[in-house]
Design a protein around this ligand. Structure first.
Ligand SMILES: Nc1ncnc2c1ncn2[C@@H]1O[C@H](COP(=O)(O)OP(=O)(O)OP(=O)(O)O)[C@@H](O)[C@H]1O
Ligand SMILES: [Mg+2]
Length: 227
């Protein structure tokens, strides 16, 4: 993971399909020049998840510029977008989104199999990832047999197993108590520093945002403040 440049300029997104169009993003610009940790805050409905979905290539903006490591995301076809999503971007969500009856090891192996890595090589890599997030010895625990913090660690290991450049986390500590939240944020900070990983985190909690080098505040689809 070399230094990476992620740049969006004047991104706009409007949702139709309801009575009145919703202008969810009205011109958002953001540049990550080096691996950093950025918090995105703002009231409910301010456009945070919409922005994350666009950064994660899960959704397309209506207008603006998006370049990822020099590549023009706006001009990519479905295949190229899928590659970016699967190999260079990792996702973590509030509710962990692990497969229910599946073990930690199986969950972490899944993105490897999509990338064509299977068998002993996949298992070795997945075990290393679980060790990195502090879950050595829990490889065969199922999701239902783990605490919320442990499940989020599995989700982080899974998100990072293909060695992405960017980790997107939408309320990663939203379902965790404060002590566990601090442990998860400390882990993300360590990954940011040691793995040169860029991390963008949506949070409602100023205490969580403090772990990030930068905080961006959205209101009604615009950046109103950056500190
Ligand atoms: N699929 C959709 N169709 C129509 N409107 C949508 C859709 N998704 C989001 N919106 C609207 O776009 C605006 C921004 O939504 P978004 O989910 O990005 O907010 P958010 O900041 O993530 O909020 P929260 O903190 O509640 O998660 C809101 O007004 C929302 O109602
Ligand atoms: Mg949201």
């Amino acid at each position: 993971m070399a230094d990476i440049n992620i740049r969006i300029e004047q991104i706009t997104k409007t949702y139709y399909g309801t009575d009145t169009p919703v202008h969810a993003l009205r011109g958002i610009s953001l540049v990550l020049d080096k691996p950093e940790m950025v918090a995105i805050m703002g009231q409910s409905g301010s456009g945070k998840s919409t922005l994350m979905n666009i950064l994660g290539c899960l959704d397309k903006p209506d207008g603006g510029v998006y370049t990822f490591a020099g590549l023009n995301v706006m001009q990519m076809n479905r295949e190229q977008l899928a590659y970016l999503r699967n190999r260079r971007i990792g996702f973590v969500f509030q509710n962990f989104n692990l497969l229910a009856r599946t073990t930690a090891l199986e969950n972490v192996c899944l993105p490897l199999s999509y990338a064509g890595v299977r068998g002993a090589a996949a298992e070795k890599r997945a075990r290393e990832m679980l060790e990195m997030v502090g879950l050595a010895g829990r490889e065969h625990h199922r999701s239902t047999q783990m605490s919320g913090g442990q499940q989020q660690r599995v989700a982080i290991a899974r998100a990072l197993v293909n060695d992405p450049d960017l980790l997107l986390a939408d309320e990663p500590t939203g379902a965790l108590d404060s002590k566990t939240s601090i442990e998860i944020m400390t882990l993300l900070q360590q990954l940011n520093r040691e793995q040169s990983l860029s991390i963008i985190i949506v949070t409602h909690d100023p205490e969580i945002a403090r772990y990030c080098g930068r905080t961006i505040r959205l209101r009604d689809g615009l950046i109103i403040d950056e500190e």
